[in-house]
Design a binder for this molecule. Sequence first.
Ligand SMILES: NC(=O)c1ccc[n+]([C@@H]2O[C@H](COP(=O)([O-])OP(=O)(O)OC[C@H]3O[C@@H](n4cnc5c(N)ncnc54)[C@H](OP(=O)(O)O)[C@@H]3O)[C@@H](O)[C@H]2O)c1
Length: 301
Amino acid sequence: MKYVTLGRTGEEVSRIGFGGFPISAPNRARGWDPYTQEGRATAIRTVRRAVELGINYIDTAAAYGNGHSESIIGEAIAGRRDGLFIATKVVLGLDREGTVRSVHDSLRRLGCDHLDLIQFHGGIYTDDVTCHVLEEGPMDALLELRRQGKVRFIGATTEEPYSLLPLMRTGLLDVVQIRYNLIYQSAAHHVLDEAREQDIGVTLMRPLTSGIFQYLAGRLLPELASSADLYEACLKYVLSDSRVHVPNVGMRWPEEVEKNVRLVDEFEPPFDVAELPRGTNKVYDALDAETAQDEREHEHR
Ligand SMILES: NC(=O)c1ccc[n+]([C@@H]2O[C@H](COP(=O)([O-])OP(=O)(O)OC[C@H]3O[C@@H](n4cnc5c(N)ncnc54)[C@H](OP(=O)(O)O)[C@@H]3O)[C@@H](O)[C@H]2O)c1
């Protein structure tokens, strides 16, 4: 497994994280139900396989199956907590006491005496949401829990990265978890650069597009979707952006973990997505330069 320093936290974490959502959600089309005895046992084996293969970053949330994901992870890591970076979330909208209670419930389900990272579980950070976090108790609650040693780092997650900028600029966030993948590109233009400037740790939600790209491709370009591994393309894309520390990949079966770990170990990015041209003229310029280079090489042959 490859490891990376998670921004200003200074923690060495695996180059992919274990995304804890699918182990909380049945998916009949895939024959998956983590609420059956057999499904739960499989989910526990999957988490353990991830840890065995060196994945030390685990992302979950109090809201995933109302604690179901946390309780599976807690059972899977019992007696093996050392060296793991456990990140969970608290829903927005709670007051100070509710936020503290949620963190204590997460600690109990995970069987831990502290969390490495607690994140506000956000969608879009409108002005009202940001004001609520900063002025109505939630941030104070997490700062107090950090002083008590119950949590080590504070973060926030968002589906709309641009909306998180005001909260990032307070300097209070050590880590952000953002939606960024092959089809959702917004963060490439602003948040990823700013996070790098501030040395904030960057993790991703939906790095393989939660299957959305694959679903669309299956209907729009069925030949491509049946002949190419589009999950692999998505993982390679996010691994090729030097501004991203940890894509949290949702995985249900031990075989998925093995396949993704192998890919991370073997893959050397052919370019840095952070350096790719963005904007039409810049794309034209880059293609012109490549064409000129090809022509020069052709003349020399
Ligand atoms: N903060 C938030 O609001 C938020 C929101 C969404 C997600 N998240 C976090 O981000 C994590 C990742 O998001 P996600 O789980 O929605 O989606 P994802 O990681 O983009 O995609 C996960 C899906 O990809 C498939 N997959 C994974 N590895 C594969 C492989 N090697 N080959 C083929 N298929 C593979 C699996 O589906 P199949 O098993 O069906 O093949 C899996 O369920 C979540 O688990 C969660 O931790 C956070």
